[in-house]
Design a protein around this ligand. Sequence first.
Ligand SMILES: [Fe+2]
Length: 336
Amino acid sequence: MLQSPASMGVRPSVPPDLIDQNDREPWKKLNESAFAFRHNLQGHPLFKIEQLADLSEHVFDYPDYKRYFAFGERSLPKPELKRILRESILNIGNNGRWLALHHIDKMVPEYGQLLDQLFADIERLIARPIRSQMTWGSMSIFMNAPALSVPYHFDHETNFLMQIEGEKNVRLYPPGLQTLTIEEIEDFYRHNPLAGRYRDDLADKGTAFTLTPGMALHHPPLAAHKIQNGDAVSVSMSINYTMSDMEDRARVHQANYCLRKLGLRPRPIGESVFWDTAKVRFMRGLSKRNPRTWDEAMYSGVERLGTPFRLAKALKQRARELAPFKGLKSDAEAGR
Ligand SMILES: [Fe+2]
């Protein structure tokens, strides 16, 4: 008779925790404020520089591969671009570059499995599901030359930055309007990743964190930050996700950005559920139905509008269609 492993006194193998499960208290602040935590991925073979150089080949399987190159390099043939990217990664200690590979979980199954395990660990820490609620989840890797600084900026996603090799000093600011202006947020959502404007009064504000291998940092969405590398090569991995409410907020900001460009004063986000919903539907309707990349999913609508005059016409037409049913003036008609 066959014996089960349990009856033989053998424990079934359980994958080790990738994220420390002992300190749950900071996780109560998820998406509200920054906090540090510990992980177990330092020294992981999937994040060695040579392995990442091999991984860079897969970038070219996606239509947005030119994002990894300077404008002047983009017309070079693909084999030459592959060589440039690979050598840039292998020489990261000497070339003064900042390099990133995005969505690596979609490129090679081992990274996808790791991402899933990391999200499972987060679900255990917060005692609620996130994978079933996500509209997008992703893993990126960042390789920075010694002493490099990353300019002040903010990101759309819920983010977890895990230090694998080297050291980083990160200053993180309270999210959204606690630090940023509405104009900066709207400018960001028209597809300007450097829309954040650093001000001198921010120098001693926010919270400073030092990330060493095994340390990680949670960034809430729209939490501005700036990063200074230590004096060795830094390799860090980021996992991030978005949910539908975050995407809806982004689309309201996109519509308001366009309205403001027309000289109007758009109704602030959150003031009217009706008009926020109308703006979300309008921007979603303009977006590509089957986006091939995250950028296409998020920005194809606002970029398709092209000129403010086409937008004005479309928004005013939509407002005329909706206003009689609500007895409300649209942003455009109210001149906001
Ligand atoms: Fe960032």
